[in-house]
Ligand binder design. Structure first.
Ligand SMILES: Cc1ncc(C[n+]2csc(CCOP(=O)(O)OP(=O)(O)O)c2C)c(N)n1
Length: 533
């Protein structure tokens, strides 16, 4: 006879889920007893970091990733990161310990009261199995639900006395031994109709979003853009957690601005917008205006019924982005009469100032970056400077938090690197952003995760000063960060650090970082303010 623990670990093995991200407490120890040697446990020192690391790992591996949290307080700490994971469409199985069954009704200390309710609305599904015997089947459901489109976190609460429970119920094993796939392509007549509309349009454009990358659809997106000579825009930056199109491709036109009216004025002249793999649109801040130019129509392809339903305009197709793009490419003709899009020009030359501007920092990063390097970015005032200087053009090479909750960047950088050990991760962070996940440095050192952290130090919450101006707010407190010695803090966690100021010093430190076997950090002084280039 086997136990709930045996059956559950077997289930994880079947799904290839042998890496667990966690921060344990007494309510989780029974799950971890006799931890099998073919599993690895990645310890994070605070739950926001644990979930952020798992989020990066899940996205960069493309598979459901297990996060184990400590009952109510651990789940509470994780909520902001769960919000991010949902926005990132990150497939997470989140489990948390619970009081022993005999003490839940009396709400004994550490009972996760209303465990299934507290994580809403940031999970797709939450459950506490009614019997210990049901734990493997409940976890199986959590895994399957997390993996189905739209991917996202699913939550299972497990009373701590369930793990040693003996299972002899074969029905439970059947329930736990299942595979479900949810990738589907649009109906043929829908594909044909879209193809004809694109062919007939005078000035069609494409907007490529994060789920092009997540679905493996880069090649198909490029093929469609080339066949139809489509100018291609990246979906607006705040929600554009991943890139759906090579930014050095001649058809690439830039990143859409995130305001309602600003999108319409940017694409003025277009008569058909095909949005692939993005919500329509991740707007922020509020810039009112008509959502599309006069006479322009919009069709979006998304794997997320919620994105399809809540879009403020246009028609939508709910289907797998890659499969639908491939079907469109097969159906559509060459648009040989259309003028090819005009490529965007090069970024302006870098100015050598003291301190450096963010553009100069990112131009240097671009020179130092390994060919197959990956960027994980959370440096708010330099987001567009990085995009414009690096022009990232390989799939799976850019991760940005679609939710916008700080702390994702540092944590996800570690998770992405763990999932992609053969590529090098540059984790680019503002010094303010670092502090939300600062204990992640410990995990990077403990597991020798070779991330190169590049910290832009401007001694302020720069983006909030930009927002203050935009919102006509004067006299707001709390926007400066004097005397914050991030490199010293990282050193305390055991990271190899360098403080630099000039481009030469920066290049040298980055080269050393990328060649180093463990984590390293380069802190560079930058001029305050927002940089586009
Ligand atoms: C969890 C969380 N808390 C607060 C914010 C609000 N916020 C957005 S950007 C920002 C400042 C970021 O500062 P820094 O990383 O130094 O980058 P900079 O803006 O200077 O480029 C803050 C506090 C947030 N996005 N997420």
């Amino acid at each position: 006879m086997s136990t709930v623990r045996d059956e559950t670990y077997e289930l994880f093995r079947r799904h290839g889920m042998t890496t667990i991200f966690g921060n344990p407490g007494s309510t989780e120890l029974p799950m971890l007893a006799d931890f099998p040697s073919d599993f690895r446990y990645i310890l994070g020192l605070q739950e926001a970091v644990v979930v952020g690391m798992a989020d990066g790992y899940a996205q960069a591996s493309g598979s459901v990733t297990h996060v184990n949290l400590h009952t109510a307080p651990g789940v509470g700490n994780a909520m902001g990161a769960l919000f991010n994971a949902q926005a990132n469409h990150s497939p997470l199985l989140v489990t948390a310990g619970q009081q022993v069954r005999a003490q839940i009704t009396m709400n004994a200390n550490l009972t996760n009261r209303d465990a299934t309710r507290v994580v809403h609305p940031y999970v797709k599904w939450s459950f506490e199995p009614p019997r210990p015997t049901d734990v493997p089947a409940a976890i199986s459901q959590g895994i399957l639900r997390a993996s189905l489109p739209p991917k996202g976190p699913a939550f299972v609460s497990i009373p701590m006395d369930d793990w040693d429970h003996e299972i002899d119920d074969v029905d439970v094993r059947w329930a736990a031994n299942r595979a479900v796939t949810g990738r589907s392509v649009a109906a043929p007549e829908v594909i044909t109709a879209v193809a004809r509309k694109l062919e007939a349009a005078k000035k069609p454009i494409m907007v490529a979003g994060p789920d092009v990358d997540a679905s493996g659809g880069w090649e198909a997106a490029i093929a469609l853009a080339e066949k139809q000579r489509l100018p291609v825009w990246a979906s607006p930056a705040p929600g554009g957690g991943r890139l759906g199109f090579p930014e050095s491709h001649p058809n690439f036109q830039g990143t859409l601005p995130p305001g309602i009216g600003a999108v319409a004025s940017t694409i003025e002249g277009a008569d058909l917008v095909l949005v692939v793999g993005s919500s329509v649109f991740p707007y922020y801040p509020y810039i009112p205006g008509p959502p599309l130019p006069e006479g322009c129509h919009l069709i979006s392809v998304t794997s997320d019924p919620d994105e399809a339903a809540r879009a403020p305009m246009g028609n939508a197709i709910v289907a797998d982005v890659r499969l639908t793009l491939e079907a469109l490419v097969a159906e559509i003709g060459e648009a040989s009469d259309r003028e090819p899009p005009t490529p965007v020009g090069d970024a302006p030359p870098v100015e050598d100032t003291d301190p450096l501007g963010a553009g100069a920092v990112h131009a240097t990063l671009n020179d130092a970056m390994p060919d197959d390097g990956i960027v994980v970015l959370e440096s708010p005032t330099s987001t567009m400077a990085l995009r414009n200087r690096l022009r990232i053009s390989q799939p799976g090479s850019y991760y940005f938090c679609a939710g916008g909750g700080l702390g994702y960047g540092l944590s996800a950088g570690i998770g992405v690197q763990l999932a992609q050990p053969d590529r090098r991760v540059a984790c680019v962070l503002g010094e303010g952003s670092v502090q939300y996940a600062v204990s992640g440095f410990w995990t990077a050192v403990a597991y020798q995760v070779p991330v190169t952290f590049l910290i832009l130090r401007n001694n302020e919450y720069g983006i909030l000063k930009w927002f203050a101006e935009f919102e006509s707010v004067t006299g707001a407190p709390g926007l400066d960060l004097p005397a914050l010695e991030t490199a010293e803090i990282a050193k305390g966690y055991g990271v190899d650090v360098a403080r630099v100021r000039s481009r030469d010093e920066l290049r040298d430190a980055l080269d050393k970082g990328f060649a180093h076997n463990g984590p390293s950090l380069v802190e560079v002084d930058v001029a305050p303010g927002m940089s586009l280039f």
